[in-house]
Write a new protein. Sequence first.
Length: 279
Amino acid sequence: MSRRSMRLSKLQENYIKKGRGQGIGSEYTPFIQAHDNKIASEGWLARHKGWKTERIHHTLSDHERKYLYYCEWLDGVIDIREQWPLLPIEKTIEIAKQLGIKHANIDGTPMVMTTDFRLTCKTKDGTRDVIRTIKPCEKLDGRTLELFEIERIYFAEQGIDWCIITENKIPATLVKNIEWLSEAKYLETRPSVDEELITLVSDGLLEVFLKDNGQTSLTKLCLRTDKDYALVRGTCMFILQHLLANKRWGTDMSSRIIRESEPIVVYTLENTQKSIHLA
């Protein structure tokens, strides 16, 4: 066993002892985290404060990050646990032997396997967990598919639905729009804005959009309203994004990318008949 494999093997043992890969909701701790650069291999690391869990999520690739945004938007997903470990390791080693393939390893030393997402979903009969592993088509080579077969069998034996998500299954337009909203989800990202200010401004902001009837760019309209209300530049844009991110206002998120220089239709979810055009 090389020094590197010994070090990583011991590191993963410590992760298990510390409770990584355990818990639900805000109490869950990912088995692999974005700062674990000795294990993360794709070089694309991100931290994102969860909309559903209100904890920091750790994604290790751009595709994982995009799928996380997608899951955050879906009302039917109520918990997201990323970097979920397949434990005990003896079970995946046994499956690998049965398949006649090499287990995930470093320098010949078996390592704990992880899957990208364990999602808890609402159904008419209660809740159920599903497993989604994220991989672009170009990276579905023979070795990757071997490791995925270990995953598939591991979860099949537990009666848990499992499948591979490629880039073709991630709705690009929706994700792009969620990214545009994401920073405004929490008011803490804009200390100058609180619920009282939103209450004071939102009706007037909506009225401004209604009167404009989609003639003015979103940027100009928001900046004008900032000036009319003596607000810091960018405040009304943030309020709009916050209301959309929290689904207090709605718009078409899937058919077109929201651009601040182009019109979009926005409506209040309390009264979907009252739709407006934003430019």
